[in-house]
Ligand binder design. Structure first.
Ligand code: HH2
Length: 294
């Protein structure tokens, strides 16, 4: 378990030093934002919008200016039922964008992939974090690649695959089962040589979960925060929010913000978001309220 920094009386969140090679992020006081950049034709909410490298670059720079602490670039949609993309095609989509952005962004780039070849190609041209939504289940070699590059590694929980995950998700106890699986993913990463200070865990909202499961995970966030690793969550525009609000993708911003606030209150350190500015405003208020507790 990574050493937690001294817990401040101003925040109930555990504090960590998240290591990326020689640099580090202090986590716990200020909630961090990961801006989403999908360079895919078919992502669930922004498919096709940033497939052109020029547009992708402009959007990433805008998210950075709005307060993103990291930009997560994905070349394969993982929405339920998405068609899998071979590594070569995924690399063809993301490489030109990462190359351009590595020179222009001050914040680190993360690559959203389940494949070690794609992770390696991305790290090779400037990405510094690997975001594996399969938690090393799909291609365990990702951990060795992350370790070799001294990259950050996000280990997310998914039940099944994007093709099967929403057919009939079932758990004995969603929070306990997912926490146990995340522990196994962390163990596999450590065994492959990943620095324990470079790991983030993520319960994987929407990945093999019913709307009720997702709400249970939000209510049970402290179980994930209690695993001893910083927690990242992706709630932005997800369908369980649409389910509760009876709203389409375009009508989920307020619900996304409310869910994000619940996650932060439960101990989440990073939010993966499409709409950076409103989330930056949200967390500025939440973090100031926490700081005022002392
Ligand atoms: N959600 C998505 C993709 N990657 N990574 C992490 N760590 N956590 C998440 O919750 C998560 C993720 C799905 O969202 P999006 O990228 O907007 O859609 P798509 O998979 O259709 O590209």
């Amino acid at each position: 378990m990574p050493k937690r920094s001294k817990r401040s009386s101003a925040s109930p969140r555990a504090q960590y030093r998240f290591k990326l090679g020689r640099s580090a992020f202090e986590l716990g006081r200020e909630t961090k934002l990961m801006g989403i950049l999908n360079v895919t034709p078919d992502s669930f909410s922004d498919g096709g919008r940033y497939a052109d490298p020029g547009r992708a670059e402009a959007h990433a720079l805008k998210m950075e200016a709005e307060g993103a602490h990291c930009i997560d670039i994905g070349g394969e949609s993982t929405r339920p039922g998405a068609t899998p993309v071979p590594a070569l095609e995924e690399i063809r989509r993301i490489r030109p964008v990462i190359k351009r952005l590595a020179k222009k962004l001050k914040v680190p780039i993360s690559v959203d992939t389940m494949k070690s070849e794609t992770a390696e190609a991305a790290l090779d041209c400037g990405a510094r974090i690997v975001n594996d939504v399969s938690g090393l289940e799909y291609d365990p070699k990702i951990a060795r690649v992350a370790s070799r590059y001294r990259a950050g590694l996000v280990l997310m929980h998914m039940q099944g695959t994007p093709q099967t995950m929403q057919r009939a998700p079932r758990y004995r106890d969603a929070v306990a089962d997912i926490a146990a699986r995340l522990k196994r993913s962390v163990r596999a990463a450590l065994d492959a040589g990943v620095d324990q200070r470079s790991i983030l865990i993520d319960p994987g909202f929407g990945f093999g979960k019913t709307p009720e499961h997702n709400l249970q995970l939000l209510a049970g966030m402290s179980a994930f925060a209690g695993l001893g690793y910083p927690v990242l969550v992706g709630l932005s525009r997800k369908s369980f929010i649409g389910h509760v609000l009876e709203a389409g993708v375009e009508g989920r911003l307020v619900g996304s913000l409310a869910a994000a606030a619940a996650a932060v209150r439960g101990g989440a350190h990073w939010l993966r978001v499409h709409d950076v500015l409103p989330h930056a405003q949200l967390v500025r208020i939440l973090d100031r309220v926490e700081a005022a507790r002392c």
